[in-house]
Design a protein around this ligand. Structure first.
Ligand code: EPU
Length: 306
């Protein structure tokens, strides 16, 4: 997008939104991702209400402007040239409520998974402990059917409140969401606004113990350095981490990007990586898996930008 067009579009979009919404141009995205690489968004919006989100989506739809909803950026790789379109972020508190009713937890798309797990524990609702260690938002987790410790979020979802690209809202039962391992068909063309999850009755101490156990397992097997979590989906034949390990790729480097020496499926940023370093390392790993084992690795991390 050229600068003149960008400023016209930004002004037009801004005039449609309530004053409480935030709109900025050239917003650096790298610092909004856990991998910490990548360029800027042409236009960045934090809507202050569902109505503003709907207006922004309709605006993009009518002008055929690419738009992307950013969660906590924990499963995202933004290319160095940035994103030429509108990035929407549900960071306003209106999108991050967590409410409990019986064994059900209603959570906004912008809520942190950690907060959902903590709130469930407080109300003695078991079964959501695995969410504690996933460093993302509810919306992002639904979009990719995130999981850990043998569980995935859609096993716990009753329904999702959705907004389509025309700004229309619908409540969709879990069975109609098209959720599979690390993907969700309905959320390719719609945005999750909130979801209702369910758990079972549990004792606070037992829930706490399970959370601690999960946390210990995670810290002993996964690196603390900047990364986007697991880079590749696990292929049917073998977990990606074990495959990369067996290929002897731990410690392999391109610039500031390195295959973690702790877990083969984590590509970490030593602080100096560019998005291109990470993309080149992804290709290096994929090429070795293809030529040496005949396995086509698919990224789990979403890659956006030009
Ligand atoms: N392994 C190795 N070498 C390695 C890494 C793993 O031999 O360098 C072996 C492990 O010993 C184990 C197997 O590979 O036998 C699987 O490893 P792990 O238990 O660490 O699980 P994973 O399949 O690599 C999955 C999720 C993680 C989640 C963990 C823990 C995927 C792609 N990854 O990892 O999710 O945290 O289970 O439950 O499904 C993420 O999605 O970003 C993510 C980190």
């Amino acid at each position: 997008m050229n600068a003149a067009l960008e400023s016209v579009l930004a002004r037009e979009l801004s005039s449609l939104l309530s004053p409480a919404s935030i709109l900025r141009c050239h917003e650096a995205l790298g610092q909004r991702t856990t991998l910490r690489v990548g360029g800027a968004a042409d236009i960045y919006v934090e809507p202050a209400s569902e109505a503003d989100l709907g207006r922004a989506l309709l605006f993009c739809h009518r002008r055929s402007l690419p738009c992307f909803v950013l969660g906590r950026g924990s499963n995202l790789l933004v290319k160095d040239a940035g994103y030429h379109g509108v990035v929407l972020c549900l960071a306003h508190p209106v999108f991050s409520s967590v409410g409990v009713s019986g064994l059900r937890v209603r959570c906004g798309a912008g809520a942190r998974l950690k907060s959902v797990a903590q709130e469930a524990k407080r109300h003695e609702i078991a079964g959501l402990e695995f969410l504690e260690g996933i460093p993302g938002s509810v919306g992002g987790a639904l979009r990719m059917n995130a999981g850990a410790m043998g569980n995935a979020i859609f096993e716990r979802v009753d329904s999702v409140r959705l907004m389509n690209m025309a700004g229309e809202i619908q409540e969709c039962p879990s069975a109609e969401m098209g959720a599979e391992y690390r993907q969700c068909a309905r959320l390719k063309s719609s945005i999750a606004l909130s979801a209702t999850l369910h758990g079972e009755p549990g004792r606070r101490e037992a829930i706490e113990r399970r959370m601690n156990e999960f946390s210990q397992r995670r810290w002993s097997s996964q690196p603390a350095a900047a990364s986007a979590g697991c880079m590749f989906k696990n292929p049917a034949q073998i977990p990606a981490g074990r495959l990369i390990d067996e290929l002897g790729l731990k410690g392999a480097r391109v610039g500031g990007a390195m295959v973690s020496s702790q877990h083969g499926n984590f590509l970490v940023n030593d602080g100096s990586a560019t998005a291109q370093d990470v993309l080149d390392l992804i290709e290096l790993v994929r090429a070795r898996a293809r030529t040496e084992r005949g396995i086509e690795l698919e990224t789990e991390v979403e890659i956006i930008g030009d």
